[in-house]
Design a protein around this ligand. Structure first.
Ligand code: ADP
Ligand code: MG
Length: 303
């Protein structure tokens, strides 16, 4: 569905995206994960034909960006990082306007809005003026607007950023539901690690470069280790040293990096006599990012 080869984008002399390549299969749920400034919006907006490139080739649905832009615009829906609704109009009026922009006839448009109302749960507020709506409600309307012409590919740029935790969760659930209901290809950008973790496929962008690409589980396996935290009794350190087990002391615990919970379990059995208790900590994508870049991920964990 998406094919990006050696894509580079400069703003003046500043290289925002540096020679990246990736492909997205039809029906996939693909996440571009990276901190602010990584180049996520630049990439997605270039794919949406809104920005020009300096080098490389980008194809969507078989069409080349820069050559077949009109066909590409028909194939994609884009939800921007910031709402593009007309705040003086109602949600329904915004959707009508967008539908006419795509040349949908009245019956098709009415049926489509009805369908989106149901899938996205717009009914309670679709006839209110946008300026009276909450951030979460506006975002749902933005998504409806992007879907009005039934695109094969939906691209969302940080769809949950700026929402309160409850609305974020609702919207995220909605995106997953939409994915199930339509089998559309989804490409989204996020700086929330836990959102990327539920995608089929993740690209980690850092300073305009792809630093890793895989499923979230595989990224964790490849680039981060789980941690076994041991709460020791006297003699535990000596026993570990004698067995050649490498550990790091941290406050009350002795931490051992392990491949997975099974390896942790085996160690717990072996040293049970020396332990008060233990905990297993599964590696997160944050650990992956830290290990890949040497930097702590500056994403939005709490907000
Ligand atoms: P992200 O969406 O991952 O936060 P962006 O693609 O928006 O990143 O930006 C990538 C880099 O390019 C940033 O350093 C940003 O400051 C820079 N940048 C983005 N847009 C412009 C622009 N129009 N002019 C100059 N620099 C820009
Ligand atoms: Mg952005």
């Amino acid at each position: 569905m998406i094919h990006v080869q050696q894509f580079t984008k400069r703003y003046g002399t500043f290289e925002a995206v540096k020679n990246i390549s990736f492909s997205v299969k039809e029906g996939a749920f693909f996440a571009l994960l990276g901190p602010n400034g990584a180049g996520k919006s630049t990439t997605i907006e270039t794919l949406a034909t809104l920005k020009s490139k300096q080098a490389g080739s980008l194809h969507i649905n078989g069409y080349e960006i820069g050559q077949d832009d009109e066909a590409i615009r028909q194939s994609i829906g884009l939800v921007f990082q910031y709402s593009v609704l007309d705040k003086e109009l109602t949600g329904r009026e915004n959707l009508h306007l967008r539908g006419r922009f795509y040349g949908l006839d009245k019956d098709t448009l009415t049926a489509k809005i009805q369908e989106l109302e149901t899938i996205l749960g717009l009914t309670p507020f679709v006839d209110q003026r946008v300026k009276t709506l909450s951030g979460g409600q506006r975002r749902k309307l933005d998504i409806a607007r992007a879907l009005i012409h039934s695109p094969k590919l939906l691209m969302l740029d940080e769809p949950t950023t700026g929402l309160d935790p409850k609305s974020r969760q609702d919207l995220w659930h909605l995106i997953l539901t939409l994915k199930e209901a339509t089998n559309m290809t989804l490409l989204l950008t996020t700086h929330y690690m836990e959102e990327a973790a539920s995608a089929d496929h993740v690209i980690i962008l850092h300073q305009g470069k792809i630093v890793a690409e895989d499923t979230a589980d595989q990224l964790r396996l490849t680039y981060a280790k789980d941690t076994l935290k041991l709460y020791p009794k006297d003699g535990c350190e000596a026993a570990l040293n004698e067995a050649g087990v490498v550990f790091v002391k941290q406050n009350d615990t002795l931490n051992v990096a392990v491949k997975d919970a099974f390896e942790g379990h085996a160690l717990v059995s072996q040293f049970k006599a020396h332990l008060v208790s233990f905990e297993m900590h599964k590696a997160s994508l944050d650990d992956v990012f830290l290990n890949l870049t040497g930097e702590v991920f500056q994403g939005g964990h709490h907000g």
